[in-house]
Design a protein around this ligand. Structure first.
Ligand code: PMV
Length: 323
């Protein structure tokens, strides 16, 4: 039996604009994880079990676009294996689905890692491969993914990310003062693919307006990186507020998200914004240790279905070229 896990993620700055080549900042949510368990099976075929997704099927019976089946097929192709042994693959996840926390990427990364390790394909369980293969599957979920989700869940590090050719710019960064963040769920699910597609249609209809919004998001992400690196939490909070305004202009916020953002600010958060694709899902608020309880209560009073806290702090130093 082989078990592997992968974390959820939050986007601190730059969602949507990152699809159009502007920088973004994201961090793993290590306390919320997807888990994949691979076991040899006494019965023929590869059985995929994911109770949360309502999946209990044999690989051979799965639809061509079934996301879990696609992961197994992708790995089989990458490994050049004409056939796979008889297996049971069981997936569980603590990450709410379709809520901006990267559940799809985390499930994919966990399955790739567990399967690669079980089949002794050491190179395919490396962070690089897990990220690349997850990206291929993200295309099924997202249409035009930027690559930030697969990067954060595969490397499990905060990253400053720019989508570019021939290679994405992926940089770890220092966190001078830990960022205490509350993550609050509207309880409304949202399809990343649909929201990303709608932003694209709006951009195509009015490119000048949307390019200006994306430029604003890019400037904010650059300034935010500096503010995080120098420990200026007040500025980080202000930049979150500014980023949320631009996301509202993109029409990807919602009444529920705006309600939680306002409630967090009114209760003393340093800043707040939606996180992920938007139109539902989660928002994040930057809080002080002293202010955390008041903001949490305020978020619940404003209708949050769940609130949890996470701290973004510097991980061990890593050389620039590791990622
Ligand atoms: O909704 P999520 O958690 O999958 O985040 C999507 C982030 C976007 O910037 C909207 C899309 C992308 O591929 O970067």
């Amino acid at each position: 039996m082989t078990c592997a896990t992968a974390p959820g993620k939050i986007i601190l700055f730059g969602e949507h604009a990152v699809v159009y080549g502007r920088p973004a900042i994201a961090a793993p949510l290590s306390q919320l994880r997807a888990t994949a368990v691979v076991e040899d099976s006494p019965t023929p075929g590869i059985r995929l079990l994911a109770a949360d997704l309502g999946t209990n099927i044999l690989l051979d019976e799965a639809a061509p676009d079934d996301p879990v089946a696609a992961v197994v097929r992708q790995l089989q192709t990458a490994a050049h294996l004409p056939r796979l042994p008889d297996l049971t693959i069981t997936i569980t996840s603590q990450i709410p689905i379709a809520s901006g926390l990267g559940s799809g990427a985390a499930i994919t990364a966990a399955v790739i890692r567990a399967l690669a390790q079980h089949l002794c394909l050491a190179h395919l369980s490396s962070d690089d491969w897990v990220s690349n293969l997850t990206y291929e599957i993200e295309k099924i979920h997202h249409g035009t993914p930027s690559g930030i989700d697969n990067t954060v869940v595969a490397y499990e590090r905060p990253v400053y990310f720019v989508r570019q050719q021939p290679q994405n710019r992926i940089e770890p960064f220092a966190v001078a003062q830990p960022l205490r963040l509350l993550v609050a769920d509207t309880g409304q699910s949202s399809s990343t693919k649909a929201v990303v597609g709608d932003v694209r249609r709006q951009w195509q209809a009015d490119p000048a307006h949307f390019e200006a919004i994306f430029d604003g998001c890019g400037r904010i992400a650059r300034q935010a990186r500096q503010a995080i690196e120098t420990g200026d939490l007040t500025q980080v909070g202000q930049l979150m507020d500014e980023n949320h305004r631009l996301l509202q202009e993109m029409t990807v916020s919602s009444a529920a998200l705006d309600g939680l953002v306002l409630a967090a600010r009114a209760a003393g958060a340093l800043g707040a914004k939606l996180s992920g694709a938007g139109r539902g899902g989660n928002m994040i608020a930057l809080v002080t240790t002293a202010g955390e309880t008041a903001v949490t209560q305020s978020l619940y009073q404003a209708g949050a279905r769940a609130v949890f806290s996470t701290v973004l702090a510097s991980t061990s130093p890593i050389p620039d070229n590791e990622i």
